[in-house]
Design a protein around this ligand. Sequence first.
Ligand SMILES: Cc1ncc(COP(=O)(O)O)c(C=O)c1O
Length: 413
Amino acid sequence: MQYDDNLTTERPTFVTHLECSETGEHYAADQIHNLSRTGKPLLVRYDLAGVKKALTKDSLAHREPDLWRYRELLPVRKVQDIVSLGEAMTPLVSLQKLAKKLGGAEILVKDEGRLPTGSFKARGLVMAVSMAKALGIKHMAMPTNGNAGAAMAAYASHCGIKTTIFCPEDTPEVNVSEIALQGAAVYRVNGLIDDCGKIVAEGKAKVGWFDTSTLKEPYRIEGKKTMGLELAEQLGWEVPDVIYYPTGGGTGLIGMWKAFAELEAIGFIGKKRPRMVAVQAAGCAPMVRAYEEGVEHARRWEDAHTIAAGIRVPQAVGDFLILRAVRESNGFAIAVSDDAISEGLNELAREEGFLMCPEGAATYAAYKQSLADGRVKKSDQVVLFNCATGLKYPLPPIKKTLDRHKPIDFAAL
Ligand SMILES: Cc1ncc(COP(=O)(O)O)c(C=O)c1O
C-alpha cells in the first residue's frame, strides 16, 4: 500500500450534474459555476445508484482514515487534482464528566481543530481548491471571518493558485497573519463579512477573480458534507439524536443534511435523521429570528457583534437551506449570549481539559440551554461541533510567577 491510497488510486466518480437549490434547474458538471441563474446556491448531484453498486461499507473500512476515503461521493474526478495537506478523520471525544454533571446521556464532540489550518474550513476549501485546480482557475478571492481565508490560502498556495482575501478589520490577528504567511494577499476592511463580499463581487466583475464566498461556489458544501459521512461511519452507520452546529453561512449544516440523504440513498443508513440545531450568537442571530418568525428567508442582522467571530454572519445566501434542514429535521435554531459562550469555554477547558474555540463553546452553551428548557432530552445522544482549535484564539494572560531565588513553599503550590 502507498502512504495513502486515497490520494493515489483512481476511483470511479459519479457526478452527473449540478442543480439549482431553489428551482431544480440543471447545470453541466465539470464547468466553472458560481450561483444559479436565480442567484441561489448550486448543489452537486451524483448517480447514487452507481455509487451504491461501486461502494460497500466493507471496502470503505479498509481505506485510510481521511476525507478522501469518500471519493465516490465527492466531485474531484482525478487524483492529479487532489490538493491535500493531510485531511485526517477527526475524532469524536466523549465529555463524560460534563455529561454526568448535566445528567445527560452522551455528549460527543467532533473535534475539527485537528484538520490542516486548525479548523473545519479545511474540508470545504480543500474541495473548492481541488475543483478550481481541475477547472483551470488561476485566481480565487474570498470574504472571510478568518478560518476560511486561512484554509483557502493554504490549499491554493500548495497548488499554485493566486488568492486575494478580505476580512473585517477586527478579525483576530492570528487569522490575518496565517492568511498572509500562507501566501495570500489579505486586506482588513472597515466593515463586516458581507461588506467584504461586495468587494469580491466587484473584483470578479472587473478583473475576473473566481468568487469563493460561502455557498457562491458549489464545492465547499461537498467538502463540508464529509462531516456527516464521517460522523455516521464513526457511529457504526447510525446518526446521533441531535447535532449542534455553530451557524454562520451554514455550509456544514447544509452539507451534513445532504450527506445523510445520500447515505440513505446508497443504503448505508436508514430513515432516521438527527435533529439539526443551528447555534448562533445572541448578537448576530438572523437564522434564529427567521426560525422563530416561521419565514423562509432571513433578514440581515444589523449591528452584528459577538466574541465568536466565525458565526458573525449578518446575512447568508443559503438561509432557506439552513432553515429547511432545521425544520425538516424537527430541530431548532437557538441563540446564546457571549457570557454563556465564555462560561462554557472555561468550563470545558477546566473540567474536561478541552480548549474549544468560542464557536465550539457556543454549541455547548446551546446544549445546556436547550436541556434546561426541555427542547432536548437527557437521554438524547448529542454531537457538538468544535470547529477550530482553541489555540488559534487570544487567550487570557496568566500572571502567576515564581522567584527561584527565594525559598519555595511547596505545600502552598
Ligand atoms: C470557527 C468557526 N465556526 C463556525 C463557523 C461558521 O461556519 P459555517 O459558515 O459553515 O456556518 C466559522 C466560519 O467562519 C468558523 O470559523
